[in-house]
Structure formats: C-alpha cells, structure tokens
Design a protein around this ligand. Structure first.
Ligand code: SF4
Ligand code: SF4
Length: 360
C-alpha cells in the first residue's frame, strides 16, 4: 500500500498545498523522471465556473503543474470526457478556467473522444490512456447521487468516451453494481495513476453537479487510489462504505487494515437526497412505486438545449411542445439528466412516502 499524503489548506495559494504536492512528487521522483508523456486528468464534468465546485479548481491545476515541472521533462497533456460533453468541450475548458491554466503553462489540451477506443476485458476506454506513461488523476471531492462520493477511483471513469459512459448506466442501473463496474474498469488503468485530490472547495448535497460548494480545505495525494479515497472518506466524517467505489474495492478483497485515519475538524454535512434512505435490493422492486426520488423538469428554467435528452440511457425523455418531458415509468433514477443540465432546470422530486421516511 502506498502512503497517503494529506493536508488542510486555507486556500489554493496556501503553502500547505505546495508542500503536500512536492512531498508526494518527491516520493515518486524516479517515476516522474522516467516518464515521456503524462496525462493530467482533472474532473471536467461540465461547463461550470470554478466557484460552483463541480470541476477541479484551475488554481489547483496550476499548483500541480508548477511543481510537476520541477520533477519531469515529460510532455504534458490535459484531458477528460465531460458528462455533458456533446460537442461542447471547448466551452467546458473555457468556463471552468482549466483551458487557461493549461495554456499558460504550455500544457496541450486533448479530447478523450479524439483517440480510438480500445476494449480490454470487456471494458472500452479511450486509447489516450495507452499513449501516456502516467495518468495524473486530479479528482474533485464531491458527493454523488449514485455512488455516495466521487473521488479518485470514480474520476478515471472520464477516460471512457462520452456515449459509452451513458451505456454503463443503462446496463448497470443498480448503484452498487454500477460502482462495482466502475471499480473493475479502474483496475485496468489504476496502476498508471498518480492521484492528487482537490477538496479545498468541495461539493456537497445533490452532487456531482447540483449540490452546493463547501470550503473543506482538504487536499490528499497517493499512488494508491483506493487508500486515498478511503482516507478522504474518513477525513470528512463518513463511513468507508458510504462511497460505493470503496465498498466495491473492499468486496473485491482490498485490504484496508493499513489505512490511517487522518484527524480533521471538517465534515460533509449535506449528503445527496437519493442516498439518505437505504432500501435493501430485494425490497427495492416492491417499494419502487412508493419510495422514489425522480427528476422533474422545470419549464421556466429550461433553455431547451436537450442535453438531458441526449444523456438519458433509457430514452425516458421525449419532446413535447419543444420542451423535454420525462416518462417516470421508464426512468431508472440514474440522475444523468440532473447531472448534465446547466440551467438548474432538472430538480429532484420525492414521492409522498419518501418525504415521510426521510427528513430533508
Ligand atoms: S432541462 Fe436542462 S438539459 Fe434539459 S433541455 Fe432544459 S435546460 Fe437543457
Ligand atoms: S430521466 Fe433522467 S434520471 Fe431518469 S433515466 Fe433518464 S437520465 Fe436517468
């Protein structure tokens, strides 16, 4: 198990962040020195400004690149496949500020979909991952309506080309099974990663995109993604298994006995609405019509961009009078539409019984 470096930082300019990154790079200096090409992989979920805390902060990316250049002469690329990517990659790079952070440091931006897909062990991913020696994974600490948290294991999911990601939700609608598949996919590429997590301005509530920013001041780094994710889950006051990719790793035999529990004075308070009630899988089908959290489109906020329709893995969204409409009977509660809507026009609606069982 690799060491997990952790720090509490007042801001992205805090010396504690620089120190954390340099200590981590120092521990991996031989690997960095030998690398010919490195892919910087931030979370670039959608075209949202840095203060919404949906994407890795551009100042975090700047701090990483500044230190990285002291340890390697490798060619640096930066890329991702945003969930709401449908032809808008340049906009995502621009609005998040990450395009500028790359450009001003001479880092080339690349698009996951521009590289041929390859299939290994039944998983398809972009061959971009095969063209680099190190994937420098820079996840954002966020709650996630399906997987509880999205951390470093989940962040690699972005190396699956956009439309194929949608298929994952269709094939594996149950949250735990989806997390198991994400973990299996991660194991193909995990050995190539180095990970530095941005939890300085984090995201809580109905994440990964419709929650609220929260200043947690956490940064963490490790070449063991699972150890990093478990440490961070503990740092924010949650059980290891609240994050379903942690659960998938543990169920696959990952040994957590050596993972330290860093002491912090912060906690994630708002967890996603969809994760506040545990229903065992055998009961789920029986109560599905009484206990649910389903998306609802608010016409007044809708700009008719149809990102929601394109993201729906089961074609539950159609168009009526030029507005998207959700067929609740088809909806599998994957929340992709909620995640990709940039106009806050997809809200989550709870059933009567859900409201009775779970206090908001
Ligand atoms: S609900 Fe959101 S994503 Fe869907 S069409 Fe309207 S604005 Fe676009
Ligand atoms: S309507 Fe939204 S939540 Fe329901 S299946 Fe489609 S994308 Fe998923």
């Amino acid at each position: 198990m690799h060491k997990v470096f952790t720090a509490q930082c007042g801001s992205y300019q805090d010396d504690a962040l620089k120190e954390l990154i340099e200590n981590y790079f120092e521990s991996e200096k031989e690997r960095l020195k030998e690398a010919k090409r490195i892919l910087i992989k931030p979370n670039l979920l959608s075209a949202t400004p840095p203060d919404r805390a949906v994407t890795t902060h551009p100042d975090f990316v700047r701090a990483v690149i500044a230190s990285l250049k002291k340890y390697t002469d490798a060619e640096l690329w930066l890329g991702d496949s945003p969930g709401a990517n449908f032809g808008k990659y340049e906009k995502v790079l621009d609005v998040t500020g990450i395009g500028r952070a790359a450009e001003e440091n001479g880092v080339k931006t690349v698009r996951v979909e521009s590289f041929e897909p390859v299939t290994v062990n039944g998983f398809l991913y972009s061959s971009l991952a095969d063209q680099v020696d190190i994937i420098l994974n820079l996840p954002k600490l966020k709650t996630h309506s399906l997987t509880g948290l999205t951390l470093s294991v989940k962040n690699l999911f972005g190396l699956i080309p956009g439309s194929v990601k949608v298929g994952f939700h269709r094939s594996y609608p149950a949250d735990k099974i989806l997390a198991e598949k994400i973990y299996s996919y991660f194991t193909l590429l995990g050995h190539k990663t180095m990970n530095i997590l941005d939890g300085i301005l984090a995201h809580e509530g109905d994440g990964p995109s419709r929650g609220t920013p929260v200043s947690l001041g956490i940064a963490a780094a490790s070449s063991d993604s699972v150890a990093l994710d478990i440490s961070v889950t503990r740092m924010v006051g949650l059980k290891d298994t609240f994050c379903l990719t942690n659960l998938a790793a543990i169920n696959s035999g990952y040994d957590i006995s050596g993972i330290e529990t860093p002491v912090t004075n912060v906690a994630l308070v708002k967890i996603p609405l969809s994760r506040r009630l545990y229903i065992p899988p055998f009961l789920k089908k029986l109560v599905a019509e009484q206990v649910y959290v389903k998306p609802l489109i608010i016409k007044d906020s809708c700009i008719k961009c149809m990102l929601c329709l394109k993201s729906c893995p089961v074609d539950a969204i159609t168009v009526t009078d030029s507005y998207p409409v959700i067929d609740k009977s088809k909806c599998i509660e994957c929340y992709c539409c909620h995640e990709v809507c940039e106009s806050d026009a997809v809200r989550l609606q709870r059933s009567w019984l859900h409201k009775r069982l779970v206090n908001k």
